[in-house]
Design a protein around this ligand. Structure first.
Ligand SMILES: N[C@@H](CCC(=O)N[C@@H](CS)C(=O)NCC(=O)O)C(=O)O
Length: 231
């Protein structure tokens, strides 16, 4: 039986834009597991109330429910130990936790500032009030004001990718010769932007852009097939 994934969607049900859900989607593909995705909107808290919290990703695997992308990755690694490893062992898992920390505290905030009004434009109508109110409360200005200097902000954003660039100059994927969960974590942020924004995060010729292209092609082009803009 396929694993069910509750997956954040925009106005069009096929437009999946959650960076955390992309981590899980790629992890499931990596483990070669069948998945049935359920498009979910921010205001459909009742649909995932069975999980006891209000965020996606949530997976249902038979009788077992798991939420939170990191916890899901740990669950998949243990439950489907026969499949390709997401982490590559205990030491690599420990380093992957650092990657998650960097993405959550540096990469995602950097991307958020560049694409926020574009994310808003792609939301389902029923989500728009909730999103604007909750995000403007968090950032203290309007969505539009937050991203108003993006042409200048993108320069420091690209600079912030230097640790990633260093690694990708030396090897094709963060995890080495082939992608693994560290790549899924970082790439989720780029899929969030690709699904919602035409704004170019990367310059052509950047090793990070070449890696992103490899990630779009990985897993039989799973990410490239998803609705988005190839800036
Ligand atoms: N730490 C969680 C974060 C999940 C998360 O923040 N998901 C967002 C979508 S990208 C969400 O469901 N937000 C609900 C809301 O803002 O109401 C994970 O790694 O899964």
């Amino acid at each position: 039986m396929a694993i069910r994934l509750y997956d954040l969607a925009g106005a069009e049900p096929e437009r999946r834009f959650s960076p955390f859900c992309w981590r899980t989607r790629l992890a499931l593909a990596h483990k070669r597991l069948d998945v049935e995705t359920v498009p979910w909107r921010f205001t459909e808290k009742d649909v995932i109330a069975f999980s006891g919290q209000g965020r996606v990703p949530v997976i249902q695997d038979g009788e077992r429910m798991v939420y939170d992308s990191w916890t899901i990755a740990e669950y998949l690694e243990e439950r489907y130990a026969d499949g390709p490893s997401l982490f590559g062992g205990a030491e690599a898992k420990a380093v992957t936790r650092f990657v998650a920390g960097w993405v959550d505290t540096v990469l995602h905030p950097g991307i958020f500032r560049l694409i926020l009004p574009d994310v808003f434009a792609h939301l389902h109508e029923k989500d728009k009030d909730y999103f604007r109110t909750s995000r403007e409360k968090a950032i203290g200005v309007t969505l539009e004001a937050f991203a108003a200097n993006r042409d200048a902000d993108v320069v420091s954003f690209r600079q912030s990718l230097q640790p990633l660039r260093r690694s990708l100059q030396a090897q094709p994927f963060l995890a080495g010769a082939a992608p693994a969960y560290a790549d899924h974590i970082v790439f989720g942020g780029f899929q969030w932007a690709r699904a919602t924004s035409r704004f170019a995060l990367l310059e052509a010729g950047d090793p990070v852009a070449a890696w992103r292209a490899r990630m779009l092609d990985a897993y039989d082009g799973l990410a490239r097939r998803a609705p988005g803009y190839d800036a």
